[in-house]
Ligand binder design. Sequence first.
Ligand SMILES: O=C(O)CCC(=O)C(=O)O
Ligand SMILES: [Fe+2]
Length: 205
Amino acid sequence: MVRLKGFVKPEDQIGMVRMCRQPGKGPGGFYRPSFKNGAKLNLWMMSLGKNWDSTLRSYGPTRPFDGAQTPTIPDAFKMIALTANSTASEFPQINPDVCIVNYYTNSGKLGLHQDKDESDRSLTKGLPFISISIGDTAEFLFGDTRDKDQATKINLESGDVLILGGESRLLFHGVSHVKTNTTPTWLKEATGLRPGRINLTFRQY
Ligand SMILES: O=C(O)CCC(=O)C(=O)O
Ligand SMILES: [Fe+2]
């Protein structure tokens, strides 16, 4: 696992918030996903590139619940993810065809889980996923099991990048809480971003 603190430049963070708005409001935009048992996740989600469905735990070109086509990943997003990927030179380079954008309000969270719905090829090669945090700081947990009491806690701040690849690709991870009022003032002023946190994960299916 590699953490690149403050890797995403302020102008790129501003650009990413603005760029999320257009697809975020349209078809295929942000919605509250559910688990198989019908309970809602504590976040809003939008998939770019390919759709990830939280009930089926699989990828596809459209969203099963409303048939919406998945918006494309903006090239400018890809460039930022690829630059981070090559900075963490211990991991193979991916060609991202999926970007999952999560929006957490200040009561948002995400339980410990592994990301293992990508292709067998992607997982056996340990192809990394690249996570970018924007807005309020998250307390992020990771560990070898689903037990949150044994997990390590780190803060992910606006502009931080976290890369899980190779041996760390299947680490359990999650977000225990989002810290109120921690978005940088310049980001709030430039974008009018509502309180909360955006996380983008770039993956290769
Ligand atoms: O919000 C985060 O930092 C993690 C998101 C995540 O684990 C996921 O989308 O699979
Ligand atoms: Fe994840």
